[in-house]
Design a protein around this ligand. Structure first.
Ligand code: ADP
Ligand code: MG
Length: 399
């Protein structure tokens, strides 16, 4: 896949109608935005377009509405926040490329900003329906994709629309693609990847590809137990993907054949049950990973493992990290994640963090400004690292 893509700076935007796909998939509670980080992150691209006299038509999905319009998924709150950040009105079209969108776009002056309603209110969005792609394309002269977090999905507003319009990337997508593309294409070595978190089945699939690229693969978090079980260890009541045991065995054999170091937890912090509430007090004990009691659940890596992983990270020149080492939302179970985050921060290596929770952990723990690149896309960054072609990027014009 070619990662050298044209950006908004490589195409004429002044006076043009520019449809810009953003990631405004912000968390909300009781009708209020609880973190506007993603909106703030989109501002450089939006401000560039406004500053160059484009008619800026923004669109995004938010949440997973299933049957058309639902008030709780309306982008009204996003339009309000955008308007505050931009210091100018941002009109919200009531539909996604329908009559109201057309009318609002027709009334735009250069520098104006219109936001379309939640793209997933349109039933063709997730099906990548060409009718919806065409309707969106008819609103504009140029398509800009700045939603890296959705780039692994071939939806009408992320990829389909590019069949009908010249398409380029915004600043967010440009940065993601250039930093991660370089790390994968020509990494400084040793190249270490760290995988953890709870989405075990999704993430196990990445391993196959990562083993082609890395010198060391570190496994922690919920995915470690499937590996430990595959080696014949009892894992108690820990997270386990019973269908992936053979796969894990194959991956361990592949690592060995390729001379890739595959590190698994040598000790594990266990408790009787998952913490409830998640940040509540919890009684834990540390056990060797091959001796997890049958009634215990592994919830973090143990101290010996922390030291082992930190050493591997400190020796690295490139590190990719996706997924926390334990249930970091709980202070007692955050130690493994802290140790790894700290090792990344102190490594002096090129460090890339992907995944919503790993990124949140870095921020929460105060290490974010010491990381080279924190990806905005969880699933997208994983697929990128898997070496898969992302439809929302493949559809953009090459430089
Ligand atoms: P990311 O968002 O970084 O991609 P995931 O969504 O896959 O990561 O996983 C994050 C979640 O994994 C966190 O909520 C964390 O509590 C959970 N987790 C980590 N280790 C374990 C474990 N041993 N058992 C259960 N859950 C875990
Ligand atoms: Mg997550």
């Amino acid at each position: 896949m070619n990662y050298n893509k044209k950006s908004i700076e490589d195409i004429e935007v002044s006076g043009k109608r520019v449809l810009c796909r953003c990631d405004f998939n912000v968390p909300t509670k009781d009708g209020k935005i609880t973190s506007d980080k993603r909106i703030v992150a989109a501002m450089p691209t939006i401000e560039y377009l406004v500053g160059h006299g484009a008619k800026v038509i923004l669109c995004s999905h938010m949440g997973k509405p299933k049957n058309g319009y639902e008030e709780k998924y309306s982008l009204k709150v996003v339009a309000e926040r955008l308007s505050e950040l931009l210091g100018k009105p941002v009109a919200l079209a009531a539909d996604v490329g329908g009559e109201d969108s057309k009318a609002k776009v027709a009334a735009m002056q250069p520098g104006d900003v219109v936001l379309l309603e939640n793209t997933r209110f349109a039933k063709g969005e997730t099906k990548n329906d060409p009718e919806l792609s065409k309707a969106l394309a008819e609103l504009a002269d140029v398509f800009v994709n700045d939603a890296f977090g959705s780039a692994h999905r071939a939806h009408a507003s992320t990829a389909g629309v590019a069949d009908y319009l010249p398409a380029v990337c915004g600043y967010l997508v440009q940065k993601e693609v250039s930093v991660m593309g370089k790390a994968l294409a020509d990494p400084e070595r040793p190249f270490v990847a760290i995988l953890g978190g709870a989405k075990v089945s999704d993430k196990l699939n990445v391993i196959q590809n990562l083993l082609e690229k890395v010198d060391t693969l570190i496994i922690g978090g919920g995915m470690a137990y499937t590996f430990l079980a595959a080696k014949g260890c009892g894992v108690g009541t820990s997270l386990l993907d019973g269908e992936k045991l053979d796969y894990c065995r194959q991956m361990m054999a592949k690592a060995e054949a390729k001379g890739v170091k595959l590190l698994l937890p040598v000790d594990t912090t266990v408790a009787s049950a998952f913490p409830d509430p998640i940040d509540g007090e919890i009684a834990v004990q540390v056990v060797p990973s091959e001796a997890i009691p049958a009634d215990k659940m592994g919830l973090d890596i143990g101290p010996k493992t922390m030291a082992l992983y930190a050493d591997a990270v400190k020796a690295a020149k490139t590190v990719v990290w996706n997924g926390p080492m334990g249930v970091f939302e709980n202070p007692t179970l955050a130690k493994g994640t802290i140790a790894v985050a700290q090792a990344l921060a102190e490594s002096g290596a090129v460090t890339i963090v992907g995944g919503g929770d790993s990124a949140a952990a870095c921020e929460q723990l105060g290490f974010a400004d010491k990381i080279t690149h924190i990806s905005t896309g969880g699933g997208a960054s994983l697929e990128f690292l898997e070496g898969r072609e992302l439809p929302g990027i493949a559809c953009l014009l090459n430089k």
